[in-house]
Design a binder for this molecule. Structure first.
Ligand code: UDP
Ligand code: MG
Length: 316
């Protein structure tokens, strides 16, 4: 055990995804540094600049110049998204454990002390559980609650509710995650999937320190589609079920229609009701095709085997 780990020079790597966080980088750095120095750990902080278009790169440059032994920066060639930024961070970190944390100080760095304590007790995965979310809109909280409910209902793996991307992973877990090549990553799900001993540490999620959320509505939607399609076939099964029910009902209707045609003199009225049925079924079919398309598109993406992200520069 010791031997495997001895090739990793740091106790902890802190991985921070950065997408236009210019005002938050320095305060975050200071807090992480204080916390890990207090914990008496050797550490590196790996910032992954996910194609920021503000001054983040300049701020990172300054920080890297002043703290070369601690601060590493990975620059993407464009915005690849939060989950791929974390993926790159995990692939490039050199710690015996990694802590993933948002750049906006919504996840308080002091909580890392609690993470480290549990890690030292032998837990390979330690995740932060949000007991309260301050300063987030009703819409965000509501959609998040729905998301966690839905994903827990649809998947067989146990993804804990109210857990974001704020956790500590032991090297064993990092290595396994790094061996997964899937493109549409839902890292929380993968972390739940790998197994190992895990424990949650409760914390209160603060409001964002500066700037606004970098998760637009569309990014959130893509994120939840990735989550569902990576871990569940429930939508496809649901489509088959609905299809079967509709076929049965229409079969009965056909029998009735034939009977009426042959043995009664009802004439067909009701263009309106006919149109309603046609449009409804048409809509349902399109939705079903779209759902199948979501899965096929992801298979296509995975089959192409493109690299997950492209790196422009690394500052070590
Ligand atoms: N982020 C990123 N790429 C993106 C969107 C977000 O690297 O395309 C980073 C962002 O800089 C932050 C973290 O992911 O460090 C979480 O984003 P945010 O705080 O905006 O999400 P929220 O807390 O609102 O869910
Ligand atoms: Mg945030």
């Amino acid at each position: 055990m010791k031997n495997i780990l001895s090739k990793y020079p740091y106790d902890v790597s802190v991985i921070v995804p950065i997408f236009n966080e210019q005002e938050n980088i320095e305060p975050l750095y200071t807090q992480i540094e204080t916390v890990l120095t207090r914990a008496q750990k050797t550490f590196e902080i790996l910032f992954v600049n996910d194609g920021s278009t503000d001054q983040s790169s300049l701020v990172l440059q300054r920080l890297h110049k002043d703290h070369k032994r601690i601060v590493k920066v990975l620059h993407f060639s464009r915005n690849f998204g939060h989950q791929l930024a974390l993926t790159a961070g995990l692939e490039h970190c050199n710690g015996k454990a990694a802590v993933i944390i948002d750049a906006d100080l919504q996840d308080p760095p002091e909580v890392i002390l609690g993470f480290l304590e549990k890690w030292e007790q032998g837990y390979e995965i330690v995740y932060g559980v949000r007991t309260e979310r301050k300063g987030e809109t009703f819409f965000k909280k509501f959609t998040a609650a729905m998301f966690y409910k839905g994903i827990r209902m649809m998947t067989a793996i146990d993804i804990p509710p109210n857990v974001g991307d704020f956790y500590l992973l032991d090297r064993k877990v990092i290595d396994i995650l790094n061996s997964l090549k899937e493109r549409h990553r839902f890292i929380r799900g993968l972390v739940a999937w790998v197994g190992y001993k895990r424990v949650g540490v409760p914390y209160i999620r603060d409001p964002r320190m500066n700037g606004k959320t970098k998760y637009s509505f569309w990014k959130m939607l893509k994120f939840s589609f990735d989550a569902v399609t990576s871990f569940s076939f429930t939508p496809l099964r649901f489509i088959s079920l609905v299809g079967t029910v509709f076929s049965l009902v229409s079969f009965l209707a056909i029998l009735v229609i034939i009977y009426e045609k042959l043995f009664t003199d009802y004439t067909v009225v009701g263009w309106a009701s006919l149109m309603v049925v046609v449009l409804f079924i048409g809509g349902l079919q399109l939705m079903a095709l779209g759902m199948i398309g979501e899965y096929i598109a992801r298979i296509g993406d995975d089959v192409r085997c493109r690299p997950l992200y492209s790196i422009n520069e690394i500052w070590e």
